[in-house]
Write a protein that binds this ligand. Sequence first.
Ligand SMILES: Cc1cc2nc3c(=O)[nH]c(=O)nc-3n(C[C@H](O)[C@H](O)[C@H](O)COP(=O)(O)OP(=O)(O)OC[C@H]3O[C@@H](n4cnc5c(N)ncnc54)[C@H](O)[C@@H]3O)c2cc1C
Length: 459
Amino acid sequence: MGPYQIEQLEPELQQIAVDNFTFQNWAKTFKCTPELLFTPVTESQVQKVILLAKKLNKPLKAFGSGHSPSDLACSPGFMINIDKMNRLLNVDSKNSTATVEAGMSLHTLHKVLRENGLSLSNLGSISDQSIAGVMATATHGTGAHFGCLSTIILDLTLITADGSILYCSPTENRDVFEAARCSLGSLGIITRMTLQAEPDFKLEAIQKPYKFSDVLNDWDAVIHSAEHARVWWYPHTDDCVVWRANRTTKEISRKGPSFVMENWYGFHAYQAMLNITRYSTSLIPYLTKMMFKTLHSKPIEVVDVSNKVFNFDCLFPQYVNEWAIDWKDAPDMLRKLDKFISENDLKVHFPVEIRFVDEDDVWLSPAYGRKTCYIGVIMYRPYGKVVPYKKYWKGYEDLMREYNGRPHWAKAHGQTRKDLEASYPKFNDFLRVRQQLDPNGMFLNDYLKRHVVSNEAKL
Ligand SMILES: Cc1cc2nc3c(=O)[nH]c(=O)nc-3n(C[C@H](O)[C@H](O)[C@H](O)COP(=O)(O)OP(=O)(O)OC[C@H]3O[C@@H](n4cnc5c(N)ncnc54)[C@H](O)[C@@H]3O)c2cc1C
């Protein structure tokens, strides 16, 4: 059967169908052209789309804001995006919980929570993602006593491959709940969630320069030196920045480099200089040293509402790779990574970002059962093309494997199903639930077939 045409749809689905749509992820590293895109506004429309995909035997893949730096959200079949399902459904201020439609973006979530005196307790670097997308990949922030974002889900509703609406929580459909807290979009379309927040708060963040070797030697103290601590290491140097944030009642303020310095120099001048390094990659270490000196010679202190302090400007499109290991193994791994970079004379971009996540019990969370350190490596595009970033990735991944590393699900990686099965105690439970809910594989795509349901993955 050829591509399905809008004219063949029933009138209600024609209203929410889009043809000639190309999906592209934020970093512009993956794209696909589905036969049709559906943008439902109600759960009943989601049901109708699923029943149509079932009848026509078409794959159906949800995407949120397309921020996954991999083909995790791609599909050549039907695609569905529930951004228009973005209402706040209920707030319980006493218990600091909120029930929302899962197409809501994190930006909107911050707004509606704040209007009700609430905030999320932790956050990653940006808030452009949809709530469903963030939870589908166990997106994380940093903080020794804070789990990944999936740990704040109290209950959720998904629409499964036979069109049923399934509510699940720790007491109802428990196995589905455990699997769906980090589902990779492979169980059904998640339409609503109840989330645990906390009373609205401000954060005071202080970032200061350190010698990276000192930080590695004092690892535990650094991890616990603030409610939320992260390290940015500048490869080719022994320099790093430690960012520490704690809850505060101080007034909103900012001390440190001016806006112009941070935004003009840190963005535009840096980009111009990266362009020059395309002609001579040997300049990269000098550029790294210069940027560190210019931007981090003085501490930066910021007090602001929590989401503004948690979030950062992630600069330009980029290739990224990020895996999770036991945080006690991270200093060894990082010393080996430093050695690998210099022994292979690789010229790599900064920063290597190091964050801490508390252990959890979400079946497919990379922090399942262990206190976790995420180590992220980056090569900005298109500058990465002139340096052998694949060699960097291979060395990085081989080292991560030595420590039973688990890749961030959203990011392109080279683990096979066999590798993942060995490092996730609940992997087969997840597959059992998946098979029960979606026996014909409606919600599978190439990424899931490569890494989760078969044995053949290669970087
Ligand atoms: C600049 C940048 C910064 C980032 N910072 C961080 C960070 O600090 N920490 C971190 O951990 N990650 C980070 N990420 C990764 C990002 O949080 C994840 O890729 C997240 O999944 C993106 O959400 P999204 O809404 O864009 O989802 P998409 O990328 O569009 O989709 C991701 C997954 O969610 C599924 N999905 C989407 N909607 C639904 C639905 N309604 N029902 C079922 N499944 C659904 C999709 O099928 C897919 O499997 C960052 C990415 C970028 C590009």
